[in-house]
Design a protein around this ligand. Sequence first.
Ligand code: GLN
Ligand code: ZN
Length: 769
Amino acid sequence: MTAKPAAAAVRATVHGFPRQGPDRQLKKAIERYWKGRLDAAPLLETAAELRAATWVQLADAGLDEVPTGDFSLYDHVLDTTVMVGAIPPRHRAAYDADPLDGYFAMARGTQDVAPLEMTKWFDTNYHYLVPELGPDTVFAADSRKQCAELGEALALGLAARPVLLGPVSYLLLAKPAPGVAEDFDPLTLLDRLLPVYAEVLADLRARGAEWAQLDEPALVQDRTPAQLAAVERAYRLLGTLDDRPRLLVASYFDRLGAALPVLAKAPVDGLALDLTGPAAGNLDDLAAAGGIPGKRLVAGVVNGRNVWINDLERSLSTLATLLGLAGRVDVASSCSLLHVPLDAAAERDIDPQILRWLSFARQKVTEIVTLARGLHQGADSVAAQLAANRADLASRSGSPITRDPAVRERAAAVTPADTRRAEGYAERTAAQRARLALPPLPTTTIGSFPQTTELRAARAELRSGRLDAAGYGERVRQEIRETIAFQEKAGIDVLVHGEPERNDMVQYFAEQLTGYLATQHGWVQSYGTRYVRPPILAGDISRPAPMTVEWTRYAQSLTDRPVKGMLTGPVTMLAWSFVRDDLPRGETARQVALALRDEVGDLEAAGTAVIQVDEPALRETLPLRAADQPAYLAWATEAFRLTTGGVAAATQIHTHMCYAEFGDILQAIDDLDADVISLEATRSHMRVADELAAARYPREVGPGVYDIHSPRVPDREEVVGLLRAGLGAIPPERLWVNPDCGLKTRAWPEVRDALTHLVDAARELRGGL
Ligand code: GLN
Ligand code: ZN
């Protein structure tokens, strides 16, 4: 092959990087600051050191342009709110008095002032703070953070590209401020917001930015013609400013669809596209739009939100196709690497063979640089890396871990009959009434009781070897005894064992299922300083032994009242884990469902009359594009029915979901064919009960009457009021009385009082029936 000119640029970048540092220094420093144990100056210094270390490391790894402004002390959407001056009035005084404390007050609230609402960042497990806007919102540019961080990177002698949340996505992610009409559309503020972005861009240009990236992830969701017209207007205006850096408009998490031709025609200088997973269709769409001749294309061929090594040869061939569609092609991650752990090399307990299949943020940067070299300097320049990658991919696809014939055969043999209960709901409910003999308005809880410091300490002692399995088991049994005794005394009708043995509702099961992997350091940011370590679905899933039966059996041995068996459902097991990229999600869900089905069967055989299968994540992994939603809901509800479909008519299946928005998945909730569903409802004052009644939901429902997210204890009258509202929509024989969610984050004194009030309220209303 012909030699490339020595100056051929590598052209590799990322959209953002994990913020916390290798030892979670940022989290620790911020939490010490909150507790008053660290001053602002050393906190900000730690943050600056982490940023510098990250940039230097990215540049050393071979990226020729580093992102700036993606760093955050809490959340980048909150940073954008500060950048555009949209501080909510209730936080204004505190913010003006001390911007750092005011910033944290917006994020976390104070004794007197409520925080901004927090919600999921698209279909990831990251949460952002929702901007609150209204017709009176006045924007004002504050480019200090962006300019300062750009300055820091430039001072290190690096090429740097500020990354900003774009104006259209910022408005689409916002909600009407408290007191503003619910139908207020924040997008109507676009013309007021654009001059603020123009000013920030001019400041960045003056500070030395050659390029700036505007992220518009909201455009990968279905958008109306009016919204697309707003995109067109926004980028016509920003693109024709005299005084600006070159503009790169970025999208990720799915394909751009109708927004792609709009952005391709806009007077901006480049596009960043996600080319992985469901977004791979961007390639054809870009070709159909005629490409972006003469412009910069940042090609997201390395998946920024999974943990698997890239297929480098396949990516190189995609990249080669893209060369014909743009003036310049850069190689990048599909989205910010914020969503993956930092470094697979830090894992010591993972089998070295499996470790070679994993790629966390640092490994992904290396892949990006390799691909960029291969693209711009010829595949020969990376022949060794390609060979190693080929071997790793082969070891993964040929491994008995990723392909267990017994699991595959069983999954392939599933018939529609397996996913349906033998009897219809009416017949089941009669059998269950006869068996359980519950009063109207039966009371229950969602599963967990307070996770005390003693319990956590016992688990830590077990891990460190200071407590043996028998000793730990006795601590758990003691907790179960206390929990059962309390529920009997309070007069609850359907009891739970309290889940004291569970550290986390997904991890507990993941640890016991074959095919799942746990990490030691695989932290990813959930929100603010909260980091989680999602387990990894690495191979075919099977259940070597029962997982919950002993604890449930023990709890049942202590009481004559029914004790509910508690399981985490297959959809949630996937949603809160890293999933495979070598098997469709629906297939993995089916494998998990079969393992759980065996657990359900064992619980039933042990005499458990009520079994709850939690699916709090059903709604949150709904695909971003409406066209993809029916297929998802089909496999998701099928997996739930496969888990629960094998039980007898007299065994009552419960399910549980949190999050107040259910309106668009009512049909799916019905398709679960559970006998009883409990839902979060206090925050919307039982609106979900009305929605279910309007949709003619035929089964039993427990809309939550105790908001477990707050230490506040509701009194009896308050619960009575909520139940009356529920009874307006659901008849007493189908209305359950329960909290919004599990009680594990609450303290015992609150829980005792709240549940006592809840039982009293149910009794009062029963008296009037
Ligand atoms: N059974 C679980 C618990 O009570 C449910 C938790 C959840 O819905 N997030 O903790
Ligand atoms: Zn819940």
